[in-house]
Design a protein around this ligand. Structure first.
Ligand SMILES: [Zn+2]
Length: 247
């Protein structure tokens, strides 16, 4: 194992890292926008002890590792930001090794919940309030998937975040968790990104993360919303709706 560190596409982590010299060496943030061979080489050189990332990104790395083009030895692999199908989870666990953990967080409060051995996410409810609600923002009963979830950040005294609509569907566990944690247990049933697989000119398959395109769109001024559609083996269509008055 190397000096330890993280892999993630999360902006807050990059900001955290720049706050101290120690973090600068211990953490590294790798962009999913760089070509896969370059990303693999950079990750191999860093040799992280803790690997954190979007499941779709980690799936891609698991494929690289299984194909012998990546050689990571993480002690802990943390999944966050999207849900993951059980088959994909098993593939990531087999290829990357290390203890696989689910986390749930948002830019507005990152360490929202961490998993237990019984497969539930326990909310850090001493620092944040999560309220599963229906489309009219009324409470969703435990045991049912919510329409969305509202976040109140109790730790951030600089920027109040009160009942912020995260847009995720969450199911609260109706009975106590067998792990005996007193913290509320949830499952996130929404938010999942699929990896685009496109055929290159040489006939090989190129994997593209929707996040890689989505983050460029997000950073483009004047874009109100976007839709990415795979129209064929080697073609995608990106539809952009601009804000009124912007071209
Ligand atoms: Zn539990």
């Amino acid at each position: 194992m190397g000096t330890g560190g993280h892999f993630a596409g999360l902006g807050w982590m990059e900001a955290e890292r720049r706050r101290s010299r120690w973090r600068w060496r211990a953490y590294r943030v790798f962009s999913v926008q760089q070509p896969l061979p370059e990303l693999a080489a950079a990750l191999d050189a860093f040799d992280p002890g803790i690997l954190t990332g979007y499941p779709s990104a980690l799936e891609l790395l698991a494929d690289e590792q299984a194909a012998g083009r990546l050689h990571l030895r993480p002690v802990i692999v943390e999944l966050g930001g999207e849900s993951m199908a059980p088959e994909a989870r098993a593939r990531v666990a087999a290829a990357l090794g290390g203890a696989l953990h689910d986390t749930y967080g948002a830019s507005e409060f990152n360490p929202l919940a961490f998993d237990c051995d019984h497969g539930w996410l326990h909310v850090n409810s001493d620092w944040a309030i999560l309220e599963p609600v229906d489309a009219d923002f009324r409470p969703t009963p435990a045991g049912r998937p919510s329409h969305t979830v509202l976040l109140t950040n109790l730790a951030n005294r600089v920027q109040p975040i009160i009942r912020y609509d995260l847009g995720d569907s969450v199911l609260a566990k109706p009975d106590p968790c067998p792990c005996s944690s007193p913290l509320p247990a949830i499952r996130v049933t929404g938010r999942r990104d699929d990896v685009l697989r496109l055929v290159a000119a040489d006939g090989n398959t190129v994997s593209v993360l929707p996040l890689a395109i989505g983050s460029v769109v997000d950073e483009t001024p004047g874009v109100h919303r976007s839709q990415l559609i795979q129209t064929g083996p080697a073609s995608i269509r990106l539809r952009l709706e601009l804000r009124a008055g912007e071209y």
